[in-house]
Design a protein around this ligand. Structure first.
Ligand code: CP
Ligand code: NVA
Length: 330
């Protein structure tokens, strides 16, 4: 049956079938080839999108904007709207739905992005909430697919670190959907939410995926990709001391990569990353806690195994695919 995603929102990935996700991955690969060949498209011509940001961003904002322009659409960036301050979310959503063909939201509450979809009447794309980062997961799987000859269903993806954060949740969801082996390595305090794990294990029964949780680095064995993210996500800035105490033994460093026993294993990170002292936060952590690097060593970040900048580029192609599929002319 042909896949038709027109008019759909992209909020958690839980409501997408494996076939729909593969369709988005294939479309992203086509759009990447087209961009590489210097072909400008018009798949979003006549389409206007708005990007609502409560939290900061480099990749997500720039990916939505450039993806839209590449295909002939127009984008408005809005980080100081009346929404929730002088105007209800419902009223704002209804107004934006009259102006725009699609809405991207990055912010705190998952309910906000879901309510935008409920009230606006146009597709809404989740550009990260406290709970999920589904456009990131699509780029991550695209990067893994580019780096392995194996079908995704035979790949093992290990996430090590704060395994209950937005990025890890979305990786678990996409892994379950695509029949992958997903291993979350974290201290128990930072293990993924039990309800989400149970839900994804149900999905796994259909797809053949495996969802494993452990606090032991032995979970790295056989990984095709080792993934980590910051130890303190946006909005959790008061938690540095607590997280460093919990996660200091869970850094992705050369010893951790060696424990995969797979010289072809790649390293992934959604970015931004604290792998050196070139950031204000990195220097604050050095001063207060004495660490030169946090979730990943500078050595691994810059190693031949690292694919973090391919992954960042793939945000553009995958976000373009999501927009073309849901509001495009194709
Ligand atoms: N990975 C990611 O979402 O990056 P930004 O926060 O820069 O958008
Ligand atoms: N977990 C991180 C991801 C940033 C892209 C955060 O929410 O800050």
């Amino acid at each position: 049956m042909p896949i038709n995603l027109k008019g759909r929102s992209y909020l958690t990935l839980k409501d997408f079938t494996p076939q729909e996700i593969c369709y988005l991955l294939d479309l992203a690969a086509d759009l990447k080839s087209k961009k590489r060949a210097g072909i400008r498209g018009d798949l979003l011509a006549g389409r206007n999108i708005v990007l609502l940001f409560e939290k900061t961003s480099t990749r997500t904002r720039c990916a939505f904007e450039t993806a839209c322009w590449d295909e002939g659409g127009n984008a408005t960036f809005l980080s100081n709207s009346q929404m929730g301050k002088k105007e209800s979310l419902e009223d704002t959503a209804k107004v934006l739905g009259r102006f725009y063909d699609g809405i991207e939201f990055r912010g705190f509450s998952q309910k906000t992005v879901e309510d935008l979809a409920r009230f606006s009447g146009v597709p809404v794309w989740n550009g990260l909430t406290d709970l999920y980062h589904p456009t990131q997961a699509l780029a991550d799987v695209m990067t893994l697919r580019e780096n392995t000859a194996k079908p995704l269903g035979e790949c093992k993806l290990v996430f090590m670190g704060d395994a209950r954060n937005n990025v890890a949740n979305s990786l678990m969801i996409i892994s379950a959907k695509l029949g992958m082996r997903y291993t979350a390595i974290s201290p128990r305090e930072l293990a993924p939410d039990a309800a989400l794990v149970a839900q994804m294990r149900e999905v796994a029964k259909e797809t053949g995926a495996q969802i494993e949780l452990t606090d032991s680095l032995s979970g790295l064995e056989g990984a095709d990709a080792v993934y980590t993210d910051v130890w303190v996500s946006m909005g959790e800035e008061a938690k540095f001391a607590e997280r460093i105490a919990l996660l200091k033994d869970y850094q992705v460093n050369a010893a951790a990569m060696a424990r995969t026993n797979n010289p072809r294993a790649i390293f992934l990170h959604c970015l931004p990353s604290f792998h050196d002292l070139e950031t204000e936060t990195g220097r604050m952590v050095k001063e207060k806690f004495g660490l030169d690097e946090m979730e990943v060593s500078d050595e691994v970040f810059r190693s031949a195994q690292s694919r973090v900048f391919d992954q960042a580029e793939n945000r553009l192609h995958t976000i373009k695919a999501v927009m073309v599929a849901t509001i495009g002319r194709q």
